[in-house]
Design a protein around this ligand. Structure first.
Ligand code: CA
Length: 636
């Protein structure tokens, strides 16, 4: 890896923070991290002011500073470094489409009652995460006042839906300022997931009611957080520090050329010489990859997440392509957030989208999760065992009667990808060793925004599947997710039997593909009820979320079954549960199955597509029948 080095160590140099604009009514101070011998200006409403290079001490980071007297509130500014202009890398407020910075007193952006807003933090094992896109969620909702906006999540219908479903955290797809939607043309429908960051520390303008007003997006984001917090729902931000939309126009590149990106090695040739040039590495699959190991990039990430926590009261973070970031950076972020609150939840994609310029064993990959305590990674092991591999839509995974050898992957997902005496990792589909030290380091899921949603996947992999079977398998798959000792995660709309018409990568598909069809709530009430009752069952019973690997090894025991059935017992008041023993049986077979269980008298709480904690009947003896393609949950 070749990277530009700067003679400074931000670990030692506490004087520099990315406070590029700090406002008081009498003066505004501008600062910028930029190359040592650059010509740096700040241009305030057309007035160019040369910035002076500063160093706190001989080995501290060079930065440039200018103090402008007078009240600059509301004025726009740009930094110009060797002729390249940008709003800087840490703008707090911007003009439409994020082109220029705006001088702002952040106190002016606080909605009424903001001071009394409190974070929603809970231990990781208690979280139920709902991944959503602002536009998907509300654009087709007839009674929504703020369709596709942050404010939709302040509306009673939205809060009531989420509360009734019982999720307690929303993971919102990129909500920082991104580039792919033109904020000046919102009269035309435009759609993007937003994985193309422009200004990392400002909310996206198109989700506000007026992107031309720099304060509006900030205030409305905070109103959204406030409304969710009032309902006890945590807000998790999807953060995409691993790449920018492009290099040429990026604020990183325009303030400090080539500092923030990794470059590739030229490859040595056998007979001498080299092949290839010093190009930009592309581990993100998006044309570039940032260099988290660079001290100031690392510091940028740390300050950015802290800023979202402190200024916007965000409660947790999902790291896009965490496998592009180095382990040290992820642990530094964990430590910085611990100082605020250890329950700030961090998880990420434990992979990259291409080869990075750093060795894989130094990166935030799933296999390296043991080196990143209290950071979780998505389990594609469980996901693909349940619904078939990412690489082949025609394969139905565990639901294929011909498919063998997926049971261990599902069992690994049930225990939270920890070491367990009854799980043989040699037979697990991807992870040949347990990757989690604690079950809360695993995200349990069967679908997310990426790739097909569950309904589409079932349709693609089981040709001619009828609605009845589709619903059975949908509910069965989610039962595995929500009875896993990992942290359960669901894609928004799955509770409404969502379809994206078979589109995988719907990142820029129209609303007709991405929107939730709210009419499905009346069409399939049994689906919503099952999801709701399943979540309620998990929340009511600590046995399903013991949180500690040692407790899971002591209290979770698998029962012997055929390949098409996974059965486990949560025994002896697991996790302090009121119920003595709980038995969960997941039957993927098209036929009913008889399963041997420890002799006893049990109450049934989940059976054949229905869940009722008060009981659906009783079972006596040492054998129990499980209906086809469904889950049975009983307790004594
Ligand atoms: Ca934008």
């Amino acid at each position: 890896m070749v990277a530009l080095t700067v003679a400074c160590d931000p670990q030692r140099d506490e004087t520099f923070v990315f406070d590029e604009m700090s406002y008081t009514p009498s003066e505004t101070v501008f600062k910028l991290f930029a190359p040592e011998n650059a010509k740096v200006f700040v241009v305030v409403e057309g007035d160019s002011i040369e910035m002076q290079r500063k160093m706190a001490s001989a080995d501290s980071c060079p930065f440039y500073k200018a103090t402008v007297e007078g009240d600059l509130k509301g004025k726009t500014y740009e930094f110009v470094v060797d002729g390249q202009s940008s709003p800087g890398v840490f703008a707090k407020a911007v003009t439409v489409n994020g082109k220029k910075g705006v001088v702002v007193d952040m106190r002016d952006t606080n909605p009424e009652g903001w001071k009394s807003d409190r974070h929603v933090w809970r231990p990781a094992q208690d979280m139920v995460v709902y991944e959503m896109h602002h536009r998907d969620f509300s654009i087709a909702r007839e009674d929504a006042k703020y369709k596709g906006k942050f404010l939709a999540l302040t509306e009673p219908w939205a809060i009531e839906h989420l509360s009734a479903l019982g999720i307690n955290a929303v993971h919102i797809l990129p909500s920082y300022d991104y580039g792919s939607v033109d904020e000046t043309r919102l009269d035309k429908p435009q759609y993007n997931w937003g994985y193309d960051p422009v200004n990392y520390n400002v909310p996206e303008g198109s989700y506000s009611t007026n992107p031309a007003d720099p304060l509006c997006r900030i205030r409305e984001f905070k109103q959204m957080v406030q409304a969710l917090h009032k309902a006890g729902i945590a807000v998790i931000l999807d953060v995409v520090y691993n790449h920018t939309y492009d290099i040429e126009h990026s604020n990183f590149q325009r303030t400090y050329k080539d500092y923030y990106y990794r470059r590739t090695h030229p490859q040595p040739l056998p007979n001498g010489g080299e092949k290839g040039d010093l190009g930009y590495s592309n581990g993100s699959g998006c044309g570039n990859e940032t260099a988290s190991e660079q001290p100031m990039m690392r510091r940028f990430m740390v300050e950015s997440v802290k800023y979202w926590v402190n200024e916007y009261h965000v409660d947790g973070f999902r790291f896009d392509l965490m496998g592009c970031h180095d382990i040290t950076t992820m642990n530094t972020i964990r430590q910085a957030l611990d100082e605020i609150n250890p329950d700030i939840f961090i998880y990420g994609e434990g992979w990259s989208a291409g080869a990075c310029a750093l060795p894989a064993d130094s990166l935030g990959m799933k296999a390296n999760i043991p080196q990143m305590p209290r950071i979780a990674a998505f389990s594609d092991d469980l996901r693909d065992a349940l619904r078939g591999p990412f690489s082949d839509d025609t394969k139905p995974g565990w639901f294929d009667p011909k498919e063998e050898n997926l049971k261990e992957s599902i069992k690994a997902g049930i225990v939270g990808m920890i070491a367990h005496p009854q799980v043989d990792y040699a037979q697990v589909n991807y992870s040949k060793e347990p990757y989690a030290l604690e079950p809360t380091q695993m995200m349990a899921y069967v679908s997310c925004h990426d790739d097909m949603c569950l309904v589409d996947r079932l349709k693609a992999s089981i040709p001619g599947i009828q609605e009845k079977e589709l619903i059975r398998l949908d509910l069965l798959a989610q039962t595995a997710v929500f009875t896993s000792q990992g942290v359960p995660f669901m894609l928004s709309g799955e509770e409404l039997l969502r379809t994206k018409q078979g589109v995988h990568n719907s990142f820029e598909s129209p609303d007709s593909i991405n929107q939730l069809d709210w009419r499905n709530k009346e069409r399939y009430p049994e689906v919503f009820d099952y999801y709701k009752n399943l979540i309620a069952l998990r929340k009511a019973h600590p046995a399903f979320r013991m949180g500690k690997a040692e407790l899971v090894r002591q209290h979770l025991e698998f029962l012997p079954t055929e390949e098409s059935v996974v059965a486990f017992r949560l025994k002896n008041h697991a996790g302090g549960d009121a119920w003595q023993d709980i038995i969960v049986i997941l039957n993927a077979d098209r036929e009913a199955q008889m399963i041997s269980i420890p002799e006893g008298r049990y109450s049934v709480v989940c059976c054949d597509g229905k869940i009722d904690q008060q009981g659906l009947g009783e079972v006596n003896g040492n054998r129990v029948q499980v209906a086809p393609q469904s889950a049975l949950i009983i307790h004594n």
